[in-house]
Design a protein around this ligand. Structure first.
Ligand code: SF4
Length: 337
């Protein structure tokens, strides 16, 4: 592949068609604040740009620097994260902010190796921050980049076995010139043109060099392994109201799914045969059921509502709706009608 021509074509495309995002600097402008790059990358790891953007704006308005975030209360940050999923990330986010404040005086280190040594910072985030905020020629490979590279080189090895090969091929295109823009150009091409499903090759600057396009079936790449079904689980969520109309919540254990977050009392949904244990002896009424899909399983929660007293965290319904993770918010909404 003619590396220089491919790079020139994609960077030229990025200058004209790159996305304008809240955490970005325009092409050619001074690099953005590493705090904003890091925060956006953590938020974007498992969610979409439109979903993450309002969270990013709220976080940076409330905690404008990494030092501000480092001194935030855990519960405040967890509540602000509610709805972004993957709550272990919120805990790691705080641990990382505190490490930057304590070990580095509130200034993000500027090499991939030092970034990687921070809590919760993986290879992808370290490479992205190093390239975008510090202009380091690091190899930034996420799912979008894997897809573009798999198509460009028509890689026949199925995922996830192909990952090291895709990383090596992506690395062949990295260069000292405009590393941050290059990383973001590849991400943008993957997000807007070389999309999952059918790519829009007539809007792409790279078809002349793209083996996937030339094969006539670029959507075949990256090659996927045979699908395995996601297991389905069931459980019960109890919405208990007290005499003042407040909702009884629990603090979930630190370890495990939605660890450390507020939640509704629920039965065990881990697939064991533990019988459901209601939080209070009262007349329970079935309010329907809600569906939620987690990474490794899908869940149907039957929602039961009742009035009574128990040792719970009594919370006004509006405040509970704001603080609860999505699965519990859905259940509470179902009970509140
Ligand atoms: Fe993707 Fe098509 Fe561009 Fe190839 S030509 S990189 S398949 S959009």
């Amino acid at each position: 592949m003619e590396k220089d021509r491919v790079r020139a074509a994609l960077l030229h495309w990025y200058d004209a068609h790159g996305r304008t995002l809240a955490w970005r600097s325009p092409p050619g402008a001074p690099a953005p604040d590493p705090y904003r790059v890091w925060l956006s990358e953590v938020m974007l790891q498992q969610t979409t740009t439109p979903h993450a953007t309002p969270y990013f704006e709220r976080f940076t308005a409330r905690w404008p620097t990494v030092s501000d975030l480092a001194v935030a209360e855990d519960a405040e940050v967890m509540a602000a994260w509610a709805g972004l999923g993957y709550y272990a990330r919120a805990r790691n986010l705080l641990a990382c902010a505190r490490a930057v404040a304590e070990r580095h005086g509130g200034v993000f280190p500027d090499t991939e190796a030092e970034l990687l040594a921070l809590p919760g910072v993986g290879a992808y985030t370290a490479a992205a921050v190093a390239a975008i905020a510090f202009g380091r020629p690091s190899n930034v490979v996420d799912g979008n980049v894997e897809r573009v590279v798999a198509r460009l080189f028509a890689v026949e090895t199925p995922l996830p076995v192909a990952k090291p090969e895709l990383r090596r091929l992506a690395g062949r295109l990295v260069d000292e010139d405009r590393p941050g823009d290059w990383a973001q150009a590849l991400m943008d091409l993957g997000a807007t043109v070389c999309r999952p499903g059918r790519p829009v090759c007539d809007r792409c600057p790279l078809p002349s060099w793209c083996a996937g396009f030339q094969s006539g079936a670029p959507e075949r790449y990256p090659v996927r392994p045979a699908k395995t079904a996601r297991p389905h689980r069931t459980g019960v969520a109890w919405v208990l109201r007290d005499a003042h109309g407040r909702v009884g919540l629990v603090q979930r254990p630190e370890k495990g799914l939605l660890g450390g977050m507020l939640g509704l009392p629920t039965s065990d949904w881990s697939g064991t045969a533990t019988p459901p244990q209601a939080p209070a002896a009262t007349g329970w009424r079935e309010a329907g059921a809600v569906e939620h899909v987690f990474t490794h399983f899908s869940l149907t929660l039957t929602v039961l509502e009742g009035v009574g007293d128990a040792d719970l965290l009594w919370t006004e319904p509006e405040a509970a709706l704001k603080a609860l993770p999505t699965v519990f918010r859905k259940a509470l909404e179902r009970a509140l009608g």
